[in-house]
Ligand binder design. Structure first.
Ligand SMILES: O=C(O)C(=O)C[C@H](O)C(=O)CO
Ligand SMILES: [Zn+2]
Length: 275
């Protein structure tokens, strides 16, 4: 498991592009046949990818750095099917996931096994520390809270699906959903915002190989871009904006952990306040 230490906003200006990527970009999470994990000291989130191959399931192990008997001894987990789907078995109970379905796994689950049910099974993993145990629950895309936002005229028309939120399945910290940009729309998270009470991670997906999303982070007055390819993730510390524009439309998973679980708790910014 990679360890990423926390970054003070004043340090951002000192980082060159390679150092910026080393701190915040989550590349190579999806390695065929493996589970890959990154531990961020921003709200102690663990982000990862699990890519089981047909006939070769992957069991989620507790890395040594956790000093835990099993991965979910003190943690909760969300697994998002970012590929064609697949199955996850939690302590003997098997859940089948289709693309963009989410499985929430509560603290205390001892064995989590990822299984391919066809080609391109891939799961994005997001975990936060948890003080208590909430039931493991499947949230299919069709059961997510859905809202339409943005505008075609400003190229940011999109559907926001909320799978894990404070009016739905109980979690200790995790708030998670998926946003899908409509064809012709490219800007996400407009108007931009920060939320000093939560760290947020974006995982870009459904982005053809020849396209990129330019993701912007940093304090509003001092933005830094990161070029994101399909299935790249990016860590946004609580002090950072997080928005981007693609060379085509795309989707992304967003997941937060921290002080509260209120999606609406955002410090909104006008576009004119940026840069
Ligand atoms: O496109 C959007 O707007 C988003 O999806 C915003 C994220 O959900 C977010 O940043 C929540 O804090
Ligand atoms: Zn946000």
């Amino acid at each position: 498991m990679q360890i990423r230490h926390a970054t003070h906003p004043d340090d951002l200006a000192l980082l060159d592009s390679a150092e910026l990527k080393d701190r915040f970009l989550l590349g190579d999470l999806f390695v065929p046949g493996e589970a890959s994990l990154v531990y961020s000291h921003h709200d102690r989130m663990i982000l990862g990818g699990a890519v089981p191959l047909e006939g070769a399931p992957i069991t989620l192990e507790a890395p040594d750095d956790l000093r835990a008997e099993y991965f979910l001894e003190r943690r909760e987990l969300a697994a998002v099917a970012v590929g064609a789907g697949g199955a996850i078995t939690v302590d003997g109970t098997r859940f089948e996931l289709a693309n963009k379905d989410v499985l929430y796994v509560g603290r205390g689950a001892r064995e989590v096994v990822f299984e391919a049910t066809g080609p391109d099974s891939a799961f994005f993993l997001a975990s936060a520390t948890s003080h208590t145990s909430f039931p493991t629950t499947l949230v299919p895309l069709a059961e997510a809270l859905t809202s339409e936002t943005g505008d075609k005229a400003t190229a940011n028309e999109r559907t926001v699906y909320k799978h894990l939120h404070d009016e739905g399945v109980r979690t200790s910290q995790l708030v998670l959903g998926i946003t899908a940009l409509k064809p012709g729309s490219v800007w996400n998270s407009m108007p931009p915002h920060t939320h000093d009470r939560r760290t947020e991670v974006y995982l870009y997906m459904d982005l053809p190989e020849e396209h990129r999303v330019q993701h912007f982070m940093g304090e509003p007055s001092d933005l830094r871009p990161l070029a994101m390819k399909n299935r790249d993730g990016v860590i946004s510390p609580s002090w950072s904006v997080h928005f981007g524009a693609g060379s085509t439309n795309y989707s992304f998973v967003w997941v937060m952990a921290g002080e509260n679980q209120s999606f609406a708790d955002m410090d909104q910014l006008a576009v004119t306040q940026l840069g």
